[in-house]
Ligand binder design. Structure first.
Ligand SMILES: Cc1cc2nc3c(=O)[nH]c(=O)nc-3n(C[C@H](O)[C@H](O)[C@H](O)COP(=O)(O)OP(=O)(O)OC[C@H]3O[C@@H](n4cnc5c(N)ncnc54)[C@H](O)[C@@H]3O)c2cc1C
Length: 376
């Protein structure tokens, strides 16, 4: 068992962190405040090789394994965890198109445009009444000749205002669910404004309305759509975990630097043992979450799935990040409460990570189910 990163792996992490601090971090607050998708930021990411990380080289990708991708996402998240979240979801979906579903040539032909950041795609599974329990969704399809006819509504679709395609999972045409690729220009498909959220505002997250949309059957990605969707979420859990690790590391580094320069009672706040002890606990928790995520990535590379381990690392990393941010924001005193401070943006986004890709209660359900199964 290998318990250290190779020099190449360390440089993937270091270079991504440096890149995101230079290209994203100085603008993150402006993008967040404007609530506008920073297309130019993703164009730059594409130009510098951060789109298509897991896609094959024949489509312009880098064909990186799960651990290498995770290291890049941890580095990017240090600069901007919100932009990293959409980027890792998008990258994974694009790679899955070719590697898991083997679609028709017209669909494969879209991949170079995705990898180059000319077109975007998102995952449309959740519904307003079916987030944690996606099988309870109501959107459905019937068959009519060479088409599916889809009706229903999908909610919280990441980057909904700018996606060109949606990986859509709906009930039907039989008992199960079908995963298909829907073109944004499909007649009957509309996207709603999303409500104002507290975090991750540069990436829209609206509702998709489908009214008798005819989607060609040749756009089918998987006839067992629910299990394909759950497999995609398994990958997203690992990448959400390293995003949380990158976010938490940035918060601790920002806090330590602030406390070293802030004086009370004639000395730097950082010189107090109580403060150092809390920072030490935080760093230790981050390191534990980081290596659980790396271990999960290695298992994914070896076995193709994360399963309970992916649930554990999502639970550990995102709850660690949220706990750490609760204290980090206090370290900044009143300055931390400024809406535009980086620490408050990180604190707000830490809560998003506890909800997306299955809430932390859902991760506990998965882990608990495994424990109960092994008791039988
Ligand atoms: C910023 C953002 C981006 C998103 N992007 C996407 C996307 O691109 N595509 C997509 O399909 N979805 C997306 N989602 C949706 C996300 O996956 C869901 O919000 C999430 O799964 C939780 O569902 P819910 O909000 O309906 O909460 P609910 O399912 O209503 O849960 C409410 C609360 O009850 C708890 N709970 C539920 N069931 C149980 C149980 N059995 N035992 C104990 N506690 C339970 C939950 O943990 C939670 O605390 C996104 C959400 C957000 C916030």
């Amino acid at each position: 068992m290998r318990m250290v990163l190779t020099p190449q792996e360390q440089s993937l992490l270091g270079e991504a962190r440096k890149w995101a601090m230079e290209h994203w971090n100085p603008h993150s607050d402006a993008w967040e405040t404007a609530r506008q998708f920073p297309r130019e930021a993703y164009a730059q990411a594409a130009a510098d090789g951060y789109l298509g990380l897991a896609s094959s080289k024949q489509y312009g990708g880098r064909d990186l394994d799960a651990l290498s991708c995770a290291l890049v996402y941890e580095g990017l998240a240090y600069g901007d965890p919100s932009l990293t979240t959409y980027l890792h979801i998008f990258n994974s979906l694009v790679a899955q198109l070719e590697k898991w579903y083997h679609p028709v040539p017209e669909v494969l032909a879209l991949i170079p445009d995705f990898v180059a950041g000319r077109k975007f795609m998102a995952f449309a599974l959740s519904e307003l009444d079916a987030g944690s329990d996606p099988a309870a969704g109501k959107a459905w399809c019937t068959e009519d000749g060479d088409d599916y006819v889809v009706t229903g509504d999908k909610a919280w679709v990441s980057n909904s205002h700018h996606d060109d395609y949606f990986m859509l999972i709906v009930h039907g045409p039989g008992d199960g669910m079908t995963m298909m690729l829907a073109d944004r220009s499909t007649p009957g498909l509309t996207v709603d404004q999303d409500p104002e959220r507290i975090a991750g505002c540069a990436i829209s997250c609206g509702q998709l309305h489908l009214r008798g949309c005819r989607i060609p059957k040749r756009n089918t990605l998987c006839e067992n759509g629910l299990s394909a969707a759950l497999r995609a979420i398994d990958t997203a859990r690992l990448n959400a975990s390293v995003t949380a690790v990158g976010l938490a590391q940035r918060a601790v580094d920002l806090s330590a630097a602030y406390l070293a320069g802030r004086e009370t009672f004639g000395k730097p706040v950082l010189s107090n043992q109580a403060i150092r002890f809390r920072l030490a606990e935080m760093q230790t928790e981050i390191e534990a979450a980081r290596w659980l995520a790396y271990h999960t990535a290695s298992q994914m590379d070896a076995e193709g799935k994360g399963g309970e381990l992916a649930a554990m690392c999502k639970l550990k990393a995102t709850s660690t990040a949220a706990d750490i941010l609760r204290d980090c924001i206090r370290f900044f005193g009143a300055a931390g409460l400024d809406t535009h401070s980086e620490i408050s943006r990180l604190m707000r986004f830490s809560h998003v990570l506890e909800i997306t890709d299955g809430t932390n209660e859902i991760q506990k359900l998965i882990i608990g189910k495994g424990i109960a199964r092994r008791c039988r």
